[in-house]
Ligand binder design. Structure first.
Ligand code: GLP
Length: 253
Protein backbone atom coordinates (compact mmCIF):
# COMPACT_ATOMS: atom_id res chain seq x y z
CA UNK A 1 0.00 0.00 0.00
CA UNK A 2 1.22 3.48 -0.79
CA UNK A 3 0.56 6.49 1.40
CA UNK A 4 1.28 9.98 0.04
CA UNK A 5 2.42 12.89 2.17
CA UNK A 6 2.26 16.15 0.24
CA UNK A 7 4.83 18.68 1.33
CA UNK A 8 4.84 22.44 0.76
CA UNK A 9 8.42 22.56 -0.45
CA UNK A 10 11.82 20.87 -0.14
CA UNK A 11 12.31 21.85 3.50
CA UNK A 12 8.88 20.59 4.47
CA UNK A 13 9.43 17.34 2.54
CA UNK A 14 12.77 16.84 4.28
CA UNK A 15 11.35 17.40 7.74
CA UNK A 16 8.34 15.15 7.21
CA UNK A 17 10.46 12.32 5.81
CA UNK A 18 13.09 12.73 8.53
CA UNK A 19 10.31 12.36 11.14
CA UNK A 20 9.60 8.87 9.81
CA UNK A 21 13.25 7.94 10.42
CA UNK A 22 13.18 9.54 13.87
CA UNK A 23 10.17 7.41 14.76
CA UNK A 24 11.81 4.28 13.37
CA UNK A 25 15.02 4.78 15.38
CA UNK A 26 13.10 5.64 18.52
CA UNK A 27 11.04 2.49 18.13
CA UNK A 28 14.03 0.23 17.37
CA UNK A 29 17.40 1.67 18.33
CA UNK A 30 19.37 -0.91 16.33
CA UNK A 31 17.38 -0.44 13.13
CA UNK A 32 19.01 -1.31 9.83
CA UNK A 33 18.40 1.74 7.64
CA UNK A 34 18.76 1.66 3.86
CA UNK A 35 20.15 5.00 2.72
CA UNK A 36 20.19 6.89 -0.55
CA UNK A 37 22.22 9.62 -2.21
CA UNK A 38 21.28 12.42 -4.59
CA UNK A 39 19.94 15.87 -3.77
CA UNK A 40 16.56 14.63 -2.48
CA UNK A 41 17.81 13.01 0.78
CA UNK A 42 20.28 15.75 1.82
CA UNK A 43 17.63 17.76 3.69
CA UNK A 44 16.54 14.65 5.58
CA UNK A 45 20.10 14.04 6.70
CA UNK A 46 20.34 17.69 7.80
CA UNK A 47 17.31 17.23 10.05
CA UNK A 48 18.66 13.99 11.50
CA UNK A 49 21.98 15.69 12.26
CA UNK A 50 20.16 18.60 13.93
CA UNK A 51 17.99 16.34 16.07
CA UNK A 52 21.06 14.33 17.02
CA UNK A 53 22.85 17.51 18.11
CA UNK A 54 19.80 18.44 20.19
CA UNK A 55 19.96 15.07 21.95
CA UNK A 56 16.80 13.73 20.33
CA UNK A 57 18.43 10.96 18.30
CA UNK A 58 21.00 8.36 19.22
CA UNK A 59 22.68 6.48 16.37
CA UNK A 60 25.02 4.39 18.53
CA UNK A 61 23.22 1.14 17.71
CA UNK A 62 21.94 2.08 14.24
CA UNK A 63 23.28 0.21 11.20
CA UNK A 64 23.06 1.39 7.62
CA UNK A 65 23.33 -0.08 4.14
CA UNK A 66 23.60 2.20 1.16
CA UNK A 67 21.68 1.61 -2.01
CA UNK A 68 24.43 2.03 -4.53
CA UNK A 69 27.93 3.13 -5.50
CA UNK A 70 29.76 4.04 -8.70
CA UNK A 71 32.19 1.47 -10.05
CA UNK A 72 35.73 2.85 -9.98
CA UNK A 73 35.21 5.42 -7.22
CA UNK A 74 36.43 4.95 -3.65
CA UNK A 75 35.90 6.78 -0.35
CA UNK A 76 38.59 9.38 -1.07
CA UNK A 77 36.85 10.41 -4.30
CA UNK A 78 34.49 13.33 -3.59
CA UNK A 79 31.99 11.97 -6.14
CA UNK A 80 31.75 8.53 -4.55
CA UNK A 81 28.61 7.69 -2.64
CA UNK A 82 30.73 6.53 0.32
CA UNK A 83 32.19 10.04 0.47
CA UNK A 84 28.70 11.55 0.10
CA UNK A 85 27.37 9.52 3.01
CA UNK A 86 30.35 10.33 5.23
CA UNK A 87 30.09 14.06 4.52
CA UNK A 88 26.32 14.44 4.55
CA UNK A 89 25.53 12.25 7.51
CA UNK A 90 27.95 9.84 9.15
CA UNK A 91 30.64 12.22 10.32
CA UNK A 92 28.08 14.44 12.04
CA UNK A 93 26.36 11.78 14.15
CA UNK A 94 27.40 9.14 16.68
CA UNK A 95 27.11 6.18 14.33
CA UNK A 96 29.89 3.60 14.43
CA UNK A 97 31.63 3.64 11.05
CA UNK A 98 31.84 -0.16 11.10
CA UNK A 99 28.04 -0.19 11.18
CA UNK A 100 27.83 1.73 7.88
CA UNK A 101 27.93 -0.33 4.70
CA UNK A 102 28.31 0.94 1.14
CA UNK A 103 29.02 -1.35 -1.84
CA UNK A 104 32.73 -1.20 -2.67
CA UNK A 105 33.10 0.35 -6.11
CA UNK A 106 36.81 -0.45 -6.09
CA UNK A 107 36.39 -4.18 -5.42
CA UNK A 108 38.61 -6.29 -7.66
CA UNK A 109 35.88 -8.84 -8.11
CA UNK A 110 32.65 -6.91 -8.53
CA UNK A 111 30.53 -10.06 -8.83
CA UNK A 112 31.83 -11.31 -5.51
CA UNK A 113 31.23 -7.86 -3.99
CA UNK A 114 27.57 -7.73 -5.02
CA UNK A 115 26.83 -11.22 -3.80
CA UNK A 116 28.55 -10.56 -0.47
CA UNK A 117 26.70 -7.26 -0.09
CA UNK A 118 23.40 -9.05 -0.50
CA UNK A 119 24.39 -11.64 2.11
CA UNK A 120 25.53 -8.91 4.48
CA UNK A 121 22.09 -7.25 4.36
CA UNK A 122 20.50 -10.57 5.20
CA UNK A 123 22.96 -11.24 8.03
CA UNK A 124 22.23 -7.80 9.47
CA UNK A 125 18.61 -8.88 9.77
CA UNK A 126 17.12 -7.19 6.70
CA UNK A 127 16.33 -3.53 6.11
CA UNK A 128 13.82 -1.99 8.52
CA UNK A 129 13.34 1.26 6.62
CA UNK A 130 14.65 2.04 3.15
CA UNK A 131 15.00 5.59 1.89
CA UNK A 132 14.67 6.08 -1.87
CA UNK A 133 14.86 8.95 -4.30
CA UNK A 134 13.67 8.47 -7.86
CA UNK A 135 15.39 9.24 -11.13
CA UNK A 136 13.75 11.16 -14.00
CA UNK A 137 13.45 7.82 -15.79
CA UNK A 138 11.94 6.33 -12.59
CA UNK A 139 15.10 4.47 -11.64
CA UNK A 140 15.38 3.52 -7.98
CA UNK A 141 18.87 3.02 -6.58
CA UNK A 142 20.58 2.50 -9.93
CA UNK A 143 17.98 0.04 -11.21
CA UNK A 144 17.62 1.43 -14.70
CA UNK A 145 14.70 0.80 -17.08
CA UNK A 146 15.18 -2.72 -18.37
CA UNK A 147 13.41 -5.78 -19.80
CA UNK A 148 13.12 -7.33 -16.37
CA UNK A 149 13.41 -6.45 -12.72
CA UNK A 150 16.84 -7.41 -11.34
CA UNK A 151 16.40 -9.31 -8.12
CA UNK A 152 19.55 -8.84 -6.08
CA UNK A 153 22.46 -6.44 -5.72
CA UNK A 154 24.18 -6.34 -9.10
CA UNK A 155 26.46 -4.44 -11.49
CA UNK A 156 24.64 -2.13 -13.91
CA UNK A 157 25.47 -0.05 -16.97
CA UNK A 158 24.18 3.46 -16.39
CA UNK A 159 21.90 4.95 -19.03
CA UNK A 160 22.71 8.15 -20.88
CA UNK A 161 19.79 9.86 -19.13
CA UNK A 162 21.09 8.99 -15.67
CA UNK A 163 24.66 9.96 -16.52
CA UNK A 164 23.40 13.30 -17.88
CA UNK A 165 21.27 13.91 -14.77
CA UNK A 166 24.18 13.10 -12.48
CA UNK A 167 26.76 15.06 -14.50
CA UNK A 168 25.92 18.11 -12.34
CA UNK A 169 28.02 16.55 -9.56
CA UNK A 170 31.07 16.09 -11.86
CA UNK A 171 33.11 18.55 -13.89
CA UNK A 172 31.93 16.97 -17.15
CA UNK A 173 29.74 14.11 -18.31
CA UNK A 174 32.82 12.19 -19.44
CA UNK A 175 33.79 11.85 -15.81
CA UNK A 176 30.52 10.22 -14.78
CA UNK A 177 31.23 6.50 -14.37
CA UNK A 178 29.48 4.20 -16.83
CA UNK A 179 28.83 1.44 -14.31
CA UNK A 180 27.52 1.17 -10.78
CA UNK A 181 26.76 -1.38 -8.10
CA UNK A 182 23.20 -1.25 -6.85
CA UNK A 183 20.82 -3.09 -4.59
CA UNK A 184 18.38 -4.96 -6.80
CA UNK A 185 14.65 -4.46 -6.98
CA UNK A 186 14.25 -7.60 -4.86
CA UNK A 187 16.64 -6.22 -2.23
CA UNK A 188 14.61 -3.01 -2.05
CA UNK A 189 11.28 -4.83 -2.00
CA UNK A 190 12.40 -6.96 0.95
CA UNK A 191 12.77 -3.82 3.10
CA UNK A 192 10.03 -3.78 5.73
CA UNK A 193 9.18 -0.13 5.09
CA UNK A 194 10.04 2.20 2.22
CA UNK A 195 10.12 5.99 2.27
CA UNK A 196 10.43 7.60 -1.17
CA UNK A 197 11.18 11.31 -1.39
CA UNK A 198 10.82 13.44 -4.46
CA UNK A 199 10.66 17.13 -5.26
CA UNK A 200 10.46 19.33 -8.32
CA UNK A 201 8.41 19.15 -11.47
CA UNK A 202 11.02 17.13 -13.36
CA UNK A 203 9.98 14.14 -11.22
CA UNK A 204 6.22 14.52 -11.81
CA UNK A 205 6.07 12.00 -14.67
CA UNK A 206 8.30 9.47 -12.93
CA UNK A 207 6.07 9.57 -9.84
CA UNK A 208 2.87 9.36 -11.84
CA UNK A 209 4.05 6.42 -13.94
CA UNK A 210 5.44 4.61 -10.91
CA UNK A 211 2.22 4.68 -8.94
CA UNK A 212 -0.61 5.13 -11.45
CA UNK A 213 0.34 3.08 -14.49
CA UNK A 214 0.83 -0.64 -14.91
CA UNK A 215 3.91 -2.14 -13.31
CA UNK A 216 6.60 -2.48 -15.93
CA UNK A 217 10.38 -2.95 -15.67
CA UNK A 218 10.79 -0.02 -18.07
CA UNK A 219 9.53 2.07 -15.13
CA UNK A 220 11.53 0.57 -12.25
CA UNK A 221 9.71 2.57 -9.56
CA UNK A 222 6.41 0.97 -10.61
CA UNK A 223 7.34 -2.21 -8.70
CA UNK A 224 6.67 -0.27 -5.50
CA UNK A 225 2.93 -0.66 -6.09
CA UNK A 226 3.43 -4.22 -4.87
CA UNK A 227 5.11 -3.27 -1.60
CA UNK A 228 2.98 -3.41 1.54
CA UNK A 229 4.33 -0.26 3.22
CA UNK A 230 5.49 2.63 1.05
CA UNK A 231 5.29 6.28 2.08
CA UNK A 232 5.89 8.82 -0.67
CA UNK A 233 6.83 12.26 0.64
CA UNK A 234 6.79 14.70 -2.25
CA UNK A 235 6.34 18.40 -2.81
CA UNK A 236 3.45 19.83 -4.80
CA UNK A 237 5.54 20.14 -7.95
CA UNK A 238 6.54 16.47 -7.96
CA UNK A 239 2.92 15.54 -7.16
CA UNK A 240 1.74 17.86 -9.96
CA UNK A 241 0.66 15.27 -12.51
CA UNK A 242 -0.93 12.96 -9.93
CA UNK A 243 -2.93 15.84 -8.48
CA UNK A 244 -3.89 17.42 -11.81
CA UNK A 245 -5.20 14.08 -13.09
CA UNK A 246 -7.38 13.87 -9.97
CA UNK A 247 -5.97 10.56 -8.75
CA UNK A 248 -7.43 9.17 -5.57
CA UNK A 249 -4.56 9.13 -3.12
CA UNK A 250 -4.23 7.85 0.39
CA UNK A 251 -2.96 10.93 2.18
CA UNK A 252 -0.75 11.07 5.26
CA UNK A 253 -0.46 14.05 7.60
C1 GLP B 1 21.04 8.86 -8.39
C2 GLP B 1 20.92 7.84 -7.30
C3 GLP B 1 19.48 7.53 -6.98
C4 GLP B 1 18.71 8.83 -6.80
C5 GLP B 1 18.74 9.62 -8.07
C6 GLP B 1 17.93 10.90 -8.02
O1 GLP B 1 20.95 8.31 -9.65
N1 GLP B 1 21.58 6.62 -7.63
O2 GLP B 1 19.42 6.71 -5.82
O3 GLP B 1 17.39 8.55 -6.44
O4 GLP B 1 20.10 9.94 -8.31
O5 GLP B 1 18.68 11.91 -7.44
P1 GLP B 1 18.14 13.33 -7.05
O6 GLP B 1 17.45 13.15 -5.75
O7 GLP B 1 19.36 14.17 -6.94
O8 GLP B 1 17.23 13.77 -8.12
Amino acid sequence: MTRFIIARDYEDMSEKAAMLFLKQINKKDNSLLGLATGSSPVGIYRNLIKWHSEGLLDFSAVKTVSLDEYVGLGASDPQSYRHFMNENLFKHINIKMENTHVPNGLAEDLWMEVSEYEKRIEMLGGIDMQLLGIGRNAHIGFNEPSDNFATNTHVVNLTKDTREANARFFSSIDEVPTKALTMGIGTIMRAKKIVLVSYGENKADALYKSFFENTNPRVPGSILQYHADVTVVADKAAMGRILSEGKDINCGF
